[in-house]
Design a protein around this ligand. Structure first.
Ligand SMILES: Cc1c2[nH]c(c1CCC(=O)O)Cc1[nH]c(c(CCC(=O)O)c1C)Cc1[nH]c(c(CCC(=O)O)c1C)Cc1[nH]c(c(C)c1CCC(=O)O)C2
Length: 341
């Protein structure tokens, strides 16, 4: 049905003429048409209004034409639905005015009826699917339980998430109760997103790399793996763990369809660590899009040579930065389409 199914074929590990490409955070501030809407509507209004979310999702498809769309939303809509108040402050990022710091706080957080609390996301998925007209697949996403937990406990962004880690190590029972509630909500949420029409899902474990390999197993991977197991029969799942190269071995043995890697891990190491058989996604340094266009194109071709064109999805190693010129973002996409020509 899809006119361009390269992305789904790479997720299945099929042989392709060139790898598919999309960019994490491709619907965002580097696009002037995005900034126009951002100046008119606050962040959660953009997330909660299906017409706005759908329009923002297709903006990069029109402008730079990647091989997949990712629904405009945020990982923080999930804790909001669980009764945790989240604000987004300009230049400060997310703020949770009453962070979770005790077992009593954990008991106040609930697993919601996702249709009641997150119905706007499912409406946005349906509307976006109509607007995309089967041109490219649509990716849905959620934060990993650990990454959501980091914000819920720390109360804000952080370089090290010491408070969140401290809560795990000093009060593990309470931490696990909260992580399980987030996991249960995320499974319900992603199942409904899939029912509404997304073609694949990605779990963003942006702060997994804050944990030691042993703690990662206990506080992050264990919960991500529950989500993967719950969804693997109904849709392809991509796991992106920023800084989590040490967990690629376990991830490669799971039922995930693909694994994201950041730019600190070479293609060769990522293939070796993940067992050599699973589709990998990544890992261009987002700052490298500030290089001159001919350099970007050359480096993208070298990256494809290193990962190999099969079982590979070209992407950045993390989200695109707001200061990237649009023609540089487009050069990244074009370079992949020109590969092998
Ligand atoms: C950690 C995280 C968050 N949100 C997300 C993550 C995981 C991925 C990552 O690590 O980058 C995921 C996310 N957030 C957003 C998307 C959109 C879809 C896409 O194009 O990829 C996705 C996939 C929109 C957004 N989410 C946010 C913006 C920018 C603010 C705005 O538009 O007003 C966008 C476009 C706000 C946000 N949301 C979050 C932060 C830390 C911030 C503020 C910092 C920042 O601006 O990057 C939490």
């Amino acid at each position: 049905m899809l006119k361009n199914d390269l992305f789904l074929r790479a997720l299945k590990g099929e042989t392709v003429q060139r790898p598919p490409v999309w960019m994490m955070r491709q619907a965002g501030r580097y696009l002037p048409e995005f900034r126009e809407l951002r100046d008119k509507y606050d962040f959660f209004t953009r997330c909660e209004t299906p017409e706005l979310a759908a329009e923002i999702t297709v903006q990069p498809i029109r402008r730079i034409a990647p091989d997949a769309a990712i629904l405009f939303s945020d990982i923080l809509v999930v804790p909001r639905a669980m009764g945790i108040h989240v604000e987004l402050k300009d230049n400060l990022g997310p703020i949770i005015p009453n962070p979770i710091r005790s077992l009593a706080d954990v008991h106040k957080v609930y697993v919601p009826d996702v249709n009641e609390t997150l119905g706007y996301v499912f409406d946005a998925v349906k509307l976006t699917k109509e607007m995309l007209n089967d041109e490219v697949p649509l990716i849905g996403f959620a934060g990993s339980p650990w990454t959501i937990f980091c914000y819920a406990v720390e109360g804000k962004g952080s370089k090290s998430f010491d408070t969140a880690k401290g809560f795990c190590f000093s009060n593990p029972a309470a931490a696990h109760t909260l992580l399980q509630k987030i996991t249960d909500t995320t499974i319900l949420y992603l199942k409904e997103k899939i029912k509404s029409g997304v073609n694949a899902v990605q779990i963003f474990d942006s702060w997994g790399g804050m944990l030691s390999p042993v703690d990662y197993q206990e506080f992050s991977w264990k919960y991500i793996n529950q989500i993967v197991d719950a969804l693997a029969d109904i849709t392809p799942v991509i796991v992106f763990g920023k800084g989590c190269w040490f967990a690629l071995g376990d991830m490669g043995k799971s039922r995930a369809s693909a694994l994201g890697v950041d730019w600190t891990c070479s293609a060769r190491n990522a293939r070796y660590l993940s067992g050599g058989n699973i589709t990998l996604q990544g890992n261009f340094d987002p700052s490298r899009l500030l290089s001159p266009i001919p350099t970007i194109k050359k480096m993208v071709h070298e990256m494809i040579d290193e990962f190999g064109k099969d079982k590979y999805i070209v992407n950045l190693g993390h989200g695109i930065l707001p200061n990237i010129p649009v023609d540089h973002a487009k050069a990244f996409i074009d370079a992949v389409k020109e590969y092998g020509n």
